[in-house]
Design a protein around this ligand. Structure first.
Ligand code: IFM
Length: 472
């Protein structure tokens, strides 16, 4: 299985998950600093204070990126590092950090793909209402304009938001992510203000850099399945979750409207009067590519007795419901195998998702901006991490991407999540997604077998067998 020279292979990270240096060189606090320091919020009370210390070790990490042979590297900018309160003057030391990193990536022949928002909202903006407040969208557009001005041509592709579903619903409805609020209406307001932030930021970037600037957004679209595909009630459960989880974003961003069924399902909560005239036109902007993050599928069923307790409540994300407006919908445990997150391994779901998107939005290039897996890695006596399960996961998902491309989907690239073991949000450091192991005591980096395998893939552009994992 061979990938053409135009297909881009990369790896992805996010600022709060790897940088550390949380209060250095003028960085302001973000909602994740506050949340992770709240007792009981994260596993073992872990925080991103130090994380992988990438802020100080980025040159070493760049060495790994180039040794792997990555075509591109996806990073995010910490908004509070470059603009500590989210408005007002820039913090020059913070901007210089990203300028240096981007220059070094380009000098090494690696395309930088930059995400402007990967969940670390400046705390000052949250204190003023956060994403439930329209002003946050306006502040984000200004931040985007400033970044385009400061970093400009250094960036290959600008991604406005990473997974706004998580920001809105995990942050404001179920409260398992920062800022930890459990206010359903605020979550829907956040959905709209994130959509608006995306559209305004895209326009701001193009105002500075010209219409040819490559702008994208990354969505974690839910690959939904009905427990009983022959049941109309189960199919309606799929429709509801698709509306609130997927089409709440693709509707305005790609079609210029919120879906009628979403508005109807949530009518008891809000009249959506926070959508102001002109907003929908502002949100729908041309995209160079749609970023797709994919890990697992999601199975739902109708819950006739109203008992919507999820069968898969074993993992944190479904501990309390982020599914605002959904009525009598329960989540069903998918068949295994599972990763360490408890997520089912289903590469065929990725093929189906890509083909569905291609069918609905022909002409829109797709890029896998995240795919990968957490497993309980062990360092063997000889120092090797034989993470064969991760290699198999990536192998099978790349085969699934190739299958979608063979069937006509226009997929341009793949970013493996993640370059390094890192701070996995509410799970702290207990879940390892990296192809490079980080010892969180010494901060030493060690290539896992998956890193050797990925380097082999990049060198040959042909999918190596899973058995070819490990050092040469
Ligand atoms: O670590 C996260 C990332 O920040 C966003 N997408 C999912 C990953 C794994 O949970």
């Amino acid at each position: 299985m061979t990938f053409g020279p135009g297909f881009r292979f990369g790896s992805a990270t996010a600022a709060y998950q790897i940088e550390g240096a949380a209060s250095e060189d003028g960085r302001g606090p973000s909602i994740w600093d506050t949340y992770s320091h709240t007792p009981g919020a994260t596993e073992y009370g872990d925080t991103g204070d130090v994380a992988c210390d990438h802020y100080h070790r980025w040159r070493e990490d760049l060495g790994h990126i180039t040794a792997l042979g990555l075509d591109c590297y996806r990073l995010s900018i910490s908004w509070p590092r470059v603009q500590p309160g989210g408005t007002g003057a820039l913090n020059e030391a913070g901007v210089a950090f990203y300028r240096d990193l981007l220059d070094a990536l380009r000098a090494a022949g690696v395309e930088p793909w930059v995400t402007l928002y990967h969940w670390d909202l400046p705390q000052e903006l949250e204190d003023a209402g956060g994403w439930a407040n329209r002003d946050t969208a306006l502040a984000f557009a200004e931040y985007a304009r400033l970044m385009a001005t400061e970093l400009g041509e250094r960036v290959h592709t600008w991604t406005t938001l990473n997974e706004p579903w998580c920001s809105a619903y995990l942050g404001y409805a179920s409260g398992v992510h920062a800022p930890g609020r459990t206010e359903p209406v605020a979550a829907l307001r956040a959905v709209h203000h994130l959509n608006l932030a995306h559209g305004l930021a895209a326009t701001a970037i193009r105002d500075v850099l010209g219409a040819q600037a490559r702008v994208s957004v990354t969505l974690n679209l839910h690959a939904l399945r009905a427990a009983d595909p022959g049941s109309a009630a189960d199919l309606d459960a799929v429709r509801q979750i698709d509306a609130v989880g997927n089409r709440a974003f693709t509707g305005p961003m790609l079609e210029g409207a919120y879906p009628d069924d979403l508005l109807a399902d949530t009518a008891g909560l809000t009249a959506w009067d926070f959508v102001l005239p002109g907003d929908l036109a502002a949100i729908r902007q041309p995209l160079a590519a749609l970023g797709v993050n994919y890990y697992a599928t999601t199975m739902v069923r109708h819950a006739p007795d109203g008992d919507t307790t999820s069968d898969n409540s074993g993992h944190r994300e479904s501990a309390s419901s982020p599914w605002v407006g959904a009525d009598r919908v329960a989540f069903v445990t998918e068949p295994g195998p599972y990763t360490e997150m408890g997520w089912n391994i289903a590469p065929e779901g990725l093929t189906a998702l890509l083909l569905d998107l291609h069918g609905r939005y022909p002409g829109l290039p797709l890029v896998i901006t995240e795919n990968g897996a957490a497993f309980d890695d062990h360092v063997d006596a000889d120092g090797r991490v034989r993470d064969v399960q991760r290699v198999a996961y990536v192998h099978d998902h790349l085969a699934a991407v190739a299958a979608a491309m063979d069937a006509g989907a226009d997929v341009r690239g793949y970013f493996l999540w993640s370059l390094l073991d890192n701070f996995e949000w509410a799970w702290g450091y207990s879940r390892r997604f990296g192809i490079i192991r980080v010892d969180f005591d010494t901060l030493e980096r060690t290539w896992k077998d998956s890193a050797h395998w990925y380097a082999r893939l990049l060198a040959g552009r042909t999918l190596p067998p899973v058995s070819a994992a490990g050092p040469a």
